[in-house]
Write a protein that binds this ligand. Structure first.
Ligand code: MN
Length: 515
């Protein structure tokens, strides 16, 4: 049997970025795009250029700086949108794709568009035909396809293909689909649309009922050959189909997908997941499939005993197959630069020339405080050092807190920005609260902590603590992270990261809510 590829279309930078508080700056988007290429995704949906000048610039930079993946820009079925999208992806040359969408369901036709069926068909065909005059690779999406009358959906799909669409996407925009029905819808389109063989059928599933991955897999079995997904399943509302889950389900249950494969290098999944968590400030639940902290942890005695006898007793895939960090001791204070660089390479993290010095210095400083350095520590250090480079605003120079039973918690903080240095002190309800108040006094921000999480990167009393904060700062929802063996310091760093990010994203305008 000949092997057939299922294309992986990643929309972390477009739909994923529509998660509340997940906005990324240009440098961060480029970092994610580089990781997506390392991972081996086929298409990177880089943004919605008409939404804001920042989105346009990000799509353009990604189109310019990637090498292998197709780069896709989203547009409504409007000439102005399509022109902006085409200009933004142009630097990708032959790798450029335009993604044009129009809603087709009765509820969208009536309430959102106020258009009858014939107008929808005409507008879709005209938009695709116009996009084709600017770009050879055009994808068309029938927004809210899963709630569209199948006969009408078939009519729109046929018209879009006739107008030149090479990919037709059948999104479950609202996460309403059910696997068997959704598979039947794909099979129906394959039976009923006469020119369906001229286009790739794509699916784009949302996770409102927790069925995004199941629906995507059912559609692949029914003939879809492109899956739209995001790292960690981030996205609008409950999120999108999780890339790592769909890739590993197809790999581990090859028996269900005979002759089908994806080009994703699964050993890079963990690093990609960590990078997106770090950049967006959206942490995962520990029991998240494939990449959660507990994904390969065996707790009960019976399970541990079984795994020790033979791993396959309770493991359907190996931690190595998804690049899960080795929990055995790897490096210590006597390890050299070469060993550090080699381990980062093995973890799939690309180190720029100038960053190795900074990483090595940070590694040595950590090794003085902590005897054993695990992969988890190295990944966290990488995020801190390499990401720290992109944050140019406030730096924490000094923190002193005092707290305890019967005492009023106080914090003294010194922050630097450029050449200027500011020191202030505050009291609070515990040392973290006091440190945050002192930072706010210096930076002049007003904010509240909406969510606070502390996680231990590795085991042991000297383990590094990673604090993830979701904060509302000056009315904007942002994430921040901090890392230290001292959890009060980690908390202050996380708050300061959020303050800096709120500043960095202040100019970003909000876009619409596309498929
Ligand atoms: Mn979507």
């Amino acid at each position: 049997m000949s092997e057939e590829q299922v294309l992986i279309f990643d929309t972390t930078l477009r739909d994923g970025e529509q998660s509340p508080g997940a906005s990324m700056n240009l440098e961060e988007k480029l970092e994610v795009a580089r990781m997506l290429e390392t991972l081996g995704v086929d298409v990177i949906e880089a943004g919605f250029p008409v939404a804001s000048p920042d989105d346009f610039a990000a799509v353009q930079a990604i189109a310019r700086q990637t090498q292998r993946a197709r780069v896709c820009a989203l547009a409504r079925s409007l000439k102005g949108d399509i022109d902006r999208a085409a200009a933004a992806v142009a630097p990708a040359g032959e790798r450029a794709r335009l993604h044009v969408f129009l809603a087709t369901s009765p509820i969208h036709r009536q309430y959102k568009l106020d258009k009858a069926k014939p107008e929808i068909v005409r507008q879709a065909a005209e938009a695709v035909a116009y996009a084709r005059t600017l770009c050879a690779d055009v994808e068309f999406s029938c927004e809210d396809a899963s709630r569209t009358e199948p006969e009408f959906l078939a009519e729109v799909v046929e018209a879009a293909i006739r107008a030149g669409a090479r990919t037709v996407n059948i999104p479950d925009t609202v996460g309403y689909a059910y696997p068997s029905d959704y598979a039947e819808l794909i099979a129906y389109l394959r039976r009923s649309v006469p020119n369906i063989g001229e286009a790739v059928i794509s699916v784009h599933c949302h996770n409102d009922l927790g069925l995004a991955v199941a629906n995507s897999l059912a559609a692949v079995r029914a003939g879809a050959r492109q899956v739209e997904c995001t790292i960690n399943g981030i996205g609008e509302r409950a999120g999108n189909c999780a890339l790592e889950e769909v890739v590993m389900a197809m790999r581990v249950r090859r028996d269900q997908f005979p002759g089908l494969f994806t080009r994703v290098d699964s050993t890079k999944l963990y690093a990609a997941s960590r990078l997106v968590q770090s950049i967006t400030g959206l942490p995962l639940q520990r029991n998240k499939a494939i990449v959660g902290d507990n994904a390969f942890a065996h707790e009960s005695g019976i399970h541990q005993h079984g795994v020790m006898k033979h791993r396959a007793c309770y493991e359907i895939m190996t931690p190595q197959s998804v690049g899960f960090p080795d929990t055995s001791f790897v490096l210590g204070k006597h390890s050299g630069r070469a060993a550090l660089a080699k381990r980062y390479e093995e973890l799939g993290l690309r180190i720029a020339e100038g960053d190795l010095d900074r990483l090595f210095a940070a590694f040595k400083a950590l090794a003085d405080r902590k005897k054993e350095i695990y992969d988890g520590d190295l990944i966290a250090l990488f995020e801190e050092v390499v990401r720290g480079r992109t944050v140019t605003a406030w730096r924490l120079e000094y923190l002193h807190t005092s707290a305890g039973t019967g005492a009023v918690a106080t914090a003294t903080v010194r922050l630097a920005r450029g050449e200027a240095v500011h020191t202030d002190a505050a009291i609070g309800d515990g040392p973290v609260d006091a440190a945050i108040s002192a930072i706010n006094r210096i930076t002049g921000v007003q904010g509240t902590v909406e969510d606070y999480r502390l996680r231990s990167i590795t085991r042991g009393g000297d383990a590094q603590g990673e604090v993830s904060i979701r904060a509302r700062i000056n009315g904007r929802l942002v994430g921040g992270k901090g890392l230290s063996t001292d959890i009060v310091l980690a908390s202050a760093l996380a708050w300061l990261d959020a303050v800096n990010r709120a500043g960095a994203t202040a100019a970003a305008a909000a876009g619409g809510t596309p498929p």
